[in-house]
Design a protein around this ligand. Sequence first.
Ligand SMILES: Cc1cc2nc3c(=O)[nH]c(=O)nc-3n(C[C@H](O)[C@H](O)[C@H](O)COP(=O)(O)OP(=O)(O)OC[C@H]3O[C@@H](n4cnc5c(N)ncnc54)[C@H](O)[C@@H]3O)c2cc1C
Length: 267
Amino acid sequence: MAFKDAGGQRGLYLAEVGRAERISPHIIRVTIKGDDLRRLPRRGYDHWFRLFLPRDEGEIDFTALPKQFGMTGYLKFKASGLADRLAVRNYTVRQHRPEAGEVDIDFVSHGDAGIGGVWAGRAQPGDPVALIDQGCGFDPIPDTSFYLLAGDESAQSAILGILRDLPRAARGLALLELPELADAQQADAPEGIDLRWISRADPQATPGAAALAALKEFQPEYPATLTAYLAGEQTLATEGRSHLLSAGVPKSRIAFVGYWRAGVAHP
Ligand SMILES: Cc1cc2nc3c(=O)[nH]c(=O)nc-3n(C[C@H](O)[C@H](O)[C@H](O)COP(=O)(O)OP(=O)(O)OC[C@H]3O[C@@H](n4cnc5c(N)ncnc54)[C@H](O)[C@@H]3O)c2cc1C
């Protein structure tokens, strides 16, 4: 299964920070708000978007951004000069309250490197942002007999969103690795899904390695009707997929995406 997105239905949404709060040792929740967010489709599951964050001080004309971020939109963005002043990072909707025009985003706070995590740590009410809707990557294939979800802390919003929106009769296993259990959030999962929180015992270990080890222990009973979603550090996603392929799960039923790569910054 390709990691899906909303195709032609994407759009540009302008917003500003409403509030920002560290909700657990490694997670900062930033609530963005604005009238545009009242019309953002409520897609549920792992609904994600491209977030434009200022690299510097001063006024930025966010309305000059493209409405889509395909090849043409990306080239327009590069040519406009805005790329020097705005960074683009991908994030997931944690909660969307269209009636209030609000979206919560949970940022992993991963130190001083990069833009997104640092920006969240400094976010103040009124700070402007813009996002381009990208839709959902997860596809709940109707004949699924078993869901297998695996991720690290960057995928907590995606996996909890998928668990929240799956049919209540769904069965499966969710492996969610976190730096520590204090980062775990309340889950609204179907009863038939075994949600296992995995605490990273070694703080120096690459995020996702422990979830990958647990995933490699798993052998599906009915691989032909298993649907998988693997997200987080690149190695978890790619090696997790290889394991499931060798266990007989069809390619078309595995959505996998390296959300980030250890030691590699986005431009
Ligand atoms: C579809 C999608 C949805 C996503 N949703 C979320 C989300 O809801 N919340 C979220 O926090 N992230 C999410 N991510 C991941 C996020 O886009 C990346 O972590 C991104 O690299 C963060 O940008 P940055 O500017 O903080 O760091 P970068 O500039 O990209 O990287 C700087 C350094 O930090 C390291 N780094 C980056 N991310 C992490 C991390 N999570 N843990 C440890 N080290 C890291 C890099 O390896 C690099 O060395 C999502 C990614 C995708 C593709």
